[in-house]
Design a protein around this ligand. Structure first.
Ligand code: NOJ
Length: 571
């Protein structure tokens, strides 16, 4: 984005002077256009509805491309838009190479990518390899044992104990309960690590592997600039199907996957090799570099291992699951240092910081509304790539839905007693554009999930021209991200006090960039200058909405007062 506009200016100047040198290359020398930028996650069902059916669609996204230009992000990734019965709202795919009519047509997708590319924006698709829908024709043929589909899924015989049928082992689904479902027709169990209607594909079968790779290549040829790879650790399982060990005293009900130590259902070495094979397949097509982002909620070593198997962005979920509103400045420092120090050396790999996504309570829920800007500020000042979720940029808040309103399979499976903490509906409510019908998301009053009633005051239109709003702050963060000091400056993560985290970026002969976050809810006065070796007088680049420090103010850093839960970036 930034580079595209540089080129436009350059070409204009070159046209005036025939002696001018040829234009510079379009992006970073390595061609990795995602470096030092923010990538924006669009949850298509909830972003913008163009046809008034209460569900967001591709034409809705296309109509908002200029919004992305205004935000200055490099790319957006779309949660799945493929043909699906929508049991898991698109993560249950019944045709890997077709667009679901709810979202539009293949032509709508072409229009989206063409218009995005014309604006210098990249389009990343969500690739869901672990499972298909049980309504995929492959599964229907697999049940009937039609070759080669008979082996496209993970089928196992029942274990018979005292004449009674039992699942083949103790594996549990992420959506609670046994990961095995009996199929009467085939007289076998099939594996589903997620919903019953999401049978796991069998990647030990070469024909299936080829089909999936072909589908990936299909989307690259149709305009995709890369993929976010869904639930990648689950793709292969132990070939011997051994029981997983039980976590002692987990305190969880027996159907909860947290009761098991997942050593046989995730992180198998073949999974990494598969990512490498996809990397090679995509790279062999040539053209501009394609991004691969891997979604793996696993240990830090197993997460960063994806770097060496072709993932550019092994999602770093520390702000999403590892830290919360009880975390201290020290917790943050340790987590940040841990990630930075574990990036494999010598591969030119970059860090990434996921602020939020559609599977976890919103940042405002996890950290509190006063801290709505804090993690985006960190993602901007720390080196590498930031990833935000639609709505973060305006500080959208989660909505607690009633049991009756719950549609998320994870929430529904949990039942009325347990759904509240497990349902993901709360973070998926429609984007709040303005104060019109359904917050400007749809012309319909009825939307697939209710609009958060706070849209009357919390919406993009109300923030668009307000520098000290979540939106105003986020725009400054995106601009900062591509500055030289953030791209290549030295990094220091410092405990300015036990309650105040400091992040400093330095380049020789340049004023440093300094982020300070007060982790206490009370005001704190500090001498940041002496402790962090920063100039005694600095100006405010931006400050959180919760901060009473004004933008552009000049501050004496020898005696800096930060009000509770506030954050400030000095330059
Ligand atoms: C991870 C996705 O982000 C989530 O929404 C989905 O339910 C599971 N994978 C299963 O595909």
């Amino acid at each position: 984005m930034f580079h595209e506009s540089v080129i436009v200016c350059f070409v204009a100047i070159a046209a005036l002077s025939s002696a001018a040198p040829p234009p510079p290359p379009s992006s970073s020398p390595s061609g990795e256009w995602w470096r030092d930028s923010f990538i924006y996650q669009v949850y298509p069902r909830s972003f913008k509805d163009s046809n008034g059916d209460g569900i967001g669609d591709l034409n809705g996204v296309t109509s908002k491309l200029d919004y992305f230009v205004d935000l200055n992000i490099s790319a957006f990734w779309l949660s799945p838009i493929f043909k699906s019965p929508m049991v898991d709202f698109g993560y249950d795919i019944s045709n890997f190479t077709a667009i679901d009519p709810i979202f539009g047509t293949t032509n709508d997708f072409k229009k989206l990518t063409t218009e995005a590319h014309a604006r210098g924006l990249k389009v990343i698709l969500d690739w869901v390899p672990n499972h298909s829908s049980d309504e995929h024709p492959w599964f229907e043929k697999s049940i009937k044992k039609i070759k080669p589909y008979d082996d496209y899924y993970v089928w196992k015989d029942a274990k018979i104990i005292n004449g009674t049928r039992h699942p083949p082992n103790n594996w549990l689904s992420i959506f609670l309960g046994s990961a095995w479902e009996w199929n009467d027709k085939r007289q076998q169990y099939y594996l589903h690590q997620f919903a019953i209607k999401q049978p796991d594909l069998n990647f030990r079968n070469a024909a299936l592997r080829k089909e999936m790779e072909d589908a990936l290549v299909f989307w690259v040829k149709n305009g995709a600039d890369g993929f976010r790879i869904d639930s990648i650790p689950y793709v292969y399982e132990d070939a011997q199907f051994r029981d997983e060990p039980i976590v002692p005293n987990s305190g969880k009900p027996a159907d909860d996957p947290a009761t098991l130590k997942h050593i046989y259902t995730i992180d198998q070495i073949e999974t990494y090799q598969l990512v490498q094979a996809w990397r090679n397949a995509i790279d062999s097509l040539g053209g501009e570099k394609k991004i691969l982002m891997t979604e793996a909620y696993t240990s830090l070593p197993n997460t960063v291992k994806y770097y060496e198997y072709g993932s550019n962005v092994p999602f770093n979920f520390m702000f999403v699951t590892g830290l919360n509103n009880h975390s201290t400045a020290l917790d943050f420092k340790r987590s940040i240092d841990g990630w930075i120090n574990n990036i494999p050396k010598g591969g030119n790999y970059i860090a990434n910081w996921v602020v939020d996504n559609h599977d976890n309570p919103r940042v405002t829920t996890r950290f509190g509304s006063l801290r709505a800007d804090q993690n985006s500020m960190l993602a901007a000042v720390l080196p590498g790539l930031g990833v935000i979720y639609n709505g973060d940029e305006i500080g959208m808040e989660g909505l607690q839905l009633s049991w009756k309103q719950t549609v998320d399979p994870q929430g529904c499976n949990a039942g009325p007693e347990r759904y509240a903490s497990l349902s993901r509906d709360g973070e998926r409510t429609p984007f709040q554009w303005d104060t019109t019908t359904s917050a400007g998301f749809s012309t319909s009053n009825i939307t697939w999930l209710p609009v958060n009633p706070n849209y009357k005051t919390l919406n993009l239109a109300a923030q668009k021209n307000v520098p000290k709003s979540h939106y105003g702050i986020f725009k400054k963060l995106v601009a900062l991200k591509s500055s030289e000091i953030i791209k290549s400056g030295e990094l220091q993560v410092i405990l300015a006090t036990d309650k105040v985290l400091g992040v400093v970026r330095r380049l020789p002969n340049t004023t440093p960039i300094v982020l300070l976050i007060n982790f206490s809810n009370d005001a704190i006065q500090i001498d940041a200058s002496a402790w962090m070796n920063i100039p005694s007088n600095m100006s405010v680049y931006t400050s959180s909405v919760s901060s009473n420090i004004s933008l552009g103010a000049h501050l004496d850093t020898t005696s800096l007062k930060l009000n509770g839960a506030s954050a400030v970036i000095l330059a």
